[in-house]
Unconditional design. Structure first.
Length: 690
């Protein structure tokens, strides 16, 4: 595919490249400062950025003290602003620069918006610090003190106020608001109201001298404000060249998105810096639609929000193909080992506490569980054993059954018995082949007479027999059946409905994706709490091919599973990726494919979860990504919702979402997948042509 194919551009998929610049400044030398501002703006725009943020009062420098009251300096500042405005005519970017401006007989600390050769708006600072080392009220008036909502500057009359939002119609979702330094440090920052009025990108021109520990507080403020407002938050602090008579400056730049830190500058750097990040505007809009409390807040301030003014910008969407943000290959599994272990600890406790509460409410002291020797039943069995430990009951109260069928391999059967023994649960085996054959004969199915007809009926008879046995065993022993099927299988419909593995009294794995289950088991191995023998079995289970084991092998050996699940429904790594971005954010298929291409197209780039086997660190090309994404879309939207609509109870584990109709996901069982399949088919054809 051509490297400049439109599909590859970040702007096609709801992203916008934003930049924060830290130029060198000279105190009271606006001409020099304008020169450096223009140079950095050109660099950022050449890299595809459509917004470039600069520090507070950067055209004059912040640390001028009473020089701010000198007419010669203020005249030079206005001339410098005019020069930067003229230079912006060559750039496809909104420039946000800081300068002191005279207005209505007073001086205001301003953020000036420049685009396409024009000054398009001016935002005065709302809150002026006048404590400790700050004396801004000595020189400046606050935004609330202005009489008029326009200002005359460089021969132009432009909007003036803290109520301005800059929108770019050609870049959907890009709506920019500006505030200045102290504005963020107040109980109700102006950016909060701007976000409620629709601004998705909040920018802060700051000077902000540095003291010990202040950078951590700044970072927390910016990340917190971006999370509260469900927005991007850009921050630019003064650096090289400001006066060190009494203060010091570290040139701190930050780009945050909905609580995540996307980019950060090197502090105390001796050179000018530009940081860039690709902000996901579509994600912000999707999250705002879902957060009903965000909409409720809008209603509380309706009149103030209606007074906000919107200014249209003549920006265009450039073609930019190098995505500048991390895209996790495993969105359900953190790469950082410490964070991952913390999440595993939480997941286990959620599962265990969920099962404990269900046992108490059902007034039972025993559980029944089917153990196949595969990943899911292994995880559920460990959870059941831990629940017994917490309840002060013997692990023998876990009634575990392995139920070999026509395709059960010796490897999985051996592992099932070894695991039950290592955990000290009550271990049993029931051969389901006689009862399955009887049902096949009752149905008149050829396999009932030994014919090798291995269709869906043949498979589901086995799955149904296993579940039927488990429920009757639960009746007999006054127990409940613990389900083992995971979130990934529910998404793909890879489970037998009703009297099959779709059903249980309580499913502890219902919201745990397959990729996370593997790491939960690795977490148990690292903890060493189950002993060496259990660890050996768990390691072998992790290395076993994922398989339903319902169709007999045609080869001579039955040592290993004959069926390979991932050859039928796709690699779980890719399908969990698809599941996350489609259900968590509602992204269109083309965007999911775009993200997958960046995450999975090159195995040498980006981080991998620690402990992941080398065999699982594989790359996928775009045709493969599109093929399996289409499989996911068809199975998820067209054929499997009815199974999720009737799924048993189970605890929600992760913020990535669950598929319970009583929780995160409600959908009609008879909906059509046409719009999703049409979009992916258009993309497949477009990429082939390209």
């Amino acid at each position: 595919m051509n490297h400049t194919h439109p599909f590859q551009s970040i702007y096609r998929h709801g992203f916008a490249r934003l930049a924060v610049a830290i130029p060198a400044v000279r105190i009271a030398e606006p001409a020099f400062n304008a020169e450096r501002t223009i140079a950095l703006a050109r660099r950022a725009a050449a890299a595809g950025a459509v917004l470039v943020l600069f520090p507070e009062l950067g055209i004059s420098a912040y640390s001028n003290d009473d020089l701010f009251q000198q007419t010669a300096l203020l005249d030079a500042v206005e001339q410098a602003v005019a020069e930067i405005a003229a230079a912006s005519s060559e750039l496809n970017a909104l420039l946000l620069i800081g300068a002191p401006l005279r207005h209505e007989g007073r001086l205001f600390n301003c953020a000036i918006a420049l685009c396409n050769g024009h000054i398009v708006g001016v935002t005065p600072k709302s809150y002026l610090p006048n404590y400790r080392e700050f004396y801004e009220k000595r020189h400046f008036a606050a935004a609330r003190d202005a009489i008029n909502d326009t200002i005359r500057i460089a021969g132009q009359t432009v909007p003036f106020g803290a109520d301005l939002i800059y929108e770019a119609p050609a870049i959907p979702g890009l709506a920019v608001h500006v505030e200045i330094c102290e504005d963020l440090w107040t109980p109700l920052p102006p950016s909060t109201f701007a976000a409620l009025a629709g601004a998705t990108v909040l920018c802060n021109l700051s000077a902000s001298n540095i003291t010990i520990g202040k950078a951590d507080y700044r970072r927390a403020l910016c990340m917190g404000q971006s999370a509260r407002t469900i927005a991007a938050y850009l921050y630019s602090a003064a650096g090289l060249g400001e006066s060190t008579t009494d203060l010091a400056w570290d040139g701190h730049a930050l780009i945050c998105e909905n609580g995540d830190l996307l980019a950060e500058s090197q502090r105390f750097c001796d050179e000018e810096q530009i940081i860039v990040a690709d902000v996901d505007l579509e994600r912000l809009q999707q999250d705002r639609m879902r957060q009903t409390s965000f909409s409720d807040s809008i209603g509380d301030y309706r009149e103030r929000l209606r007074a906000m003014r919107t200014i249209a910008l003549p920006l265009t969407a450039p073609i930019v193909t190098d995505l500048r943000r991390d895209v996790a290959r495993f969105p359900y599994v953190p790469n950082d080992p410490a964070t991952r272990d913390e999440r595993c600890y939480e997941a286990y406790n959620i599962q265990v506490h969920g099962l404990i509460q269900r046992m108490r409410s059902a007034k039972v002291e025993k559980v029944v569980i089917g153990v196949s020797g595969g990943l899911d039943s292994t995880q559920a069995l460990i959870v059941a054993a831990r629940a017994m430990d917490r309840l002060g009951l013997p692990r023998r109260n876990v009634l575990a059954y392995t139920m070999p069928g026509f395709a059960t391999s010796s490897q999985t059967r051996t592992n099932a018995h070894a695991l039950m023994a290592a955990l000290g649960v009550s271990a049993h085996e029931i051969d389901i082949r006689p009862s399955a054959l009887q049902m096949l004969r009752d149905l008149g199915h050829p396999a009932g007479e030994g014919a090798p007809v291995y269709d869906v009926t043949f498979e589901n008879v086995q799955a149904g027999e296993r579940t039927s046995h488990l429920f009757r065993l639960a009746n007999y022993h006054n127990a409940i059946v613990v389900g083992t099927g995971d979130l990934s299988e529910l998404a793909l419909g890879w489970c037998t409905y009703g009297v099959g593995d779709q059903m249980a009294h309580y499913n502890v794995n219902a919201s745990v994706p397959k990729t996370l289950i593997q790491h939960l088991i690795r977490y148990v191995i690292r903890s060493g709490e189950l002993g060496e023998e259990a660890n050996r079995v768990l390691a072998d289970i992790l290395a076993t091919e994922i398989s339903p084991e319902l169709v007999p092998a045609t080869a001579n050996s039955d040592d290993k599973p004959a069926q390979r699940t991932e050859e039928i429904i796709g690699p779980y790594a890719l399908q969990d990726f698809n599941l996350y971005y489609i259900t968590r954010y509602g992204f269109r298929p083309s965007k999911v494919a775009f993200l997958a291409m960046h995450a999975w197209g090159d195995t040498s780039a980006g981080a991998w979860p620690e402990g992941l086997p080398a065999a699982d660190r594989r790359a996928y090309d775009l045709p493969t990504i599109l093929h399996w994404l289409r499989v996911f879309l068809y199975r998820f939207f067209q054929i499997s919702q009815f199974k999720r609509s009737a799924m048993p109870n189970g605890p929600k584990v992760g913020s990535g979402g669950a598929l319970s109709p009583r929780g995160d996901w409600r959908a009609p069982s008879d909906a059509s997948a046409a719009v999703w399949l049409a979009e992916i088919d258009r993309l497949i054809a477009e990429v082939d042509v390209g």
